[in-house]
Design a protein around this ligand. Structure first.
Ligand code: CUA
Length: 160
């Protein structure tokens, strides 16, 4: 079979691209442990306020500068466990976000960070983030959830 030179180059390029892609996905999944979020962690959406730890939202220290932050989202509020909806976290802390919604779908986004999750009724969404820089971060809702959608906010303060 006679193949044109450009055709060979193109085939070689295609095969190499595929190999690079599979290598990147493989290393990411098996070596670095990047997995899609679990859909297996469920909660009865009718009993969110009675189910631990969501019956007592807020920040809990679980290790050396390591915290679990439990938050309950509902229309149109983030219950972060404080009256002023401000959570203070020391700089450098690793925070495990543990969030669910008591009613409809909300978009949990901590502006300026990689924390960005969809909250679905019946599921628990988790994400771990280390706060390397001090500052004030706004927790907002990026999924339209009703008339008060724009008022859904809280603040994470990373202090020195
Ligand atoms: Cu919650 Cu928009």
């Amino acid at each position: 079979m006679n193949m044109h030179k450009y055709e060979k180059i193109w085939l070689l390029f295609g095969t190499a691209t595929l190999l690079v892609f599979l290598t990147v996905v493989g290393v990411s999944a098996f070596y670095m442990g990047n997995q899609p979020p679990s859909c297996a962690v469920t909660i009865d959406p009718e009993k969110v306020h009675e189910t631990a730890p969501f019956d007592n939202p807020g920040l809990v220290e679980i290790g050396d500068n390591e915290y679990q932050l439990t938050i309950v989202a509902s229309a149109f509020n983030y219950d972060v466990g404080t009256d002023d909806k401000v959570v203070q976290i020391p700089k450098g802390a690793t925070v495990h976000f543990n969030v669910t919604t008591a009613d409809v779908v909300h978009g949990f986004e901590l502006a300026g960070t990689n924390v960005n999750m969809m909250l679905e009724p019946g599921y628990i969404s988790t994400y771990t983030n280390t706060f390397k820089n001090a500052g004030e971060f706004t927790l907002l809702c990026n999924e339209y959830c009703g008339v008060g959608h724009h008022m859904m906010a809280a603040t994470i303060e990373v202090i020195e």
